[in-house]
Write a protein that binds this ligand. Sequence first.
Ligand code: 13P
Ligand code: ZN
Length: 275
Amino acid sequence: MRVLEAKFVQGFMRMADDGWNQGWHERNGGNLTYRIKKEEAESIREELSEDGEWKEIGTAVPALAGEYFLVTGSGKYFRNVMSDPEDSIAVIELDDKGENYRICWGLVNGGRPTSELPSHLMNHEVKMQATGGKHRVIYHAHTTNVIALTFVLPLKDEVFTRELWEMATECPVVFPDGIGVVGWMVPGGREIAVATSELMKKYDVAVWAHHGMFCSGEDFDLTFGLMHTVEKSAEILVKMLSMRPDKLQTITAENFRDLAVDFKVELPERFLFEK
Ligand code: 13P
Ligand code: ZN
């Protein structure tokens, strides 16, 4: 099968386009990676090259040795993924140590995978292990309202989780484990990758202060839906804070406990502190 005909490639491209349409991907902002299933890699084998030069990932992900990923290119625009996928995205393969990658398809006009490849792959490794292999998608977006909140809320997991849960009743059902927050760091390297993957052991969402968000999920719908839900909740909070700095009424800790029972989710008590 041709790479561009594969269902997972079409799902990846649609998700990139959805993110572009949300306004989360100015210029080359954001990046997306998908851990390809063995049978999916087999189905496009005829178009995968084995001549690519091995290059350093910049970190080690031994549990992902030999895996194939579909990735966005560094400096490439989400806006162009639909119209020019072969220029914008790539299939890469990891070596048997999980320390190097090579390009097997795509990026036909040159270039390399996203500069956030260390963060993506370290997150993939953590989430693959934490979910018994279920999670396959890691998504980084420059979500406007979440970024705005990182200037006015304390950069604490408990505060972001509780405030965003309060803004929409379904939020604790969509991200019951909560949200992690990384203070400002230089992007693109191993240090921020280690900090983010540490949070991903507990959460499916990590906020990068003054930069954006990382989400992890099983498939494109769930991962995009998670990003969309958190960002929508952040938009409501920004609107609320713009109208008046305090709340006249809200969803209380006791309300959340009732919701948890009916919706059969476990909400950690550390997010249900009295205010
Ligand atoms: P890339 O173009 O290298 O993917 O970088 C975009 C970005 O959002 C960095 O955090
Ligand atoms: Zn970014």
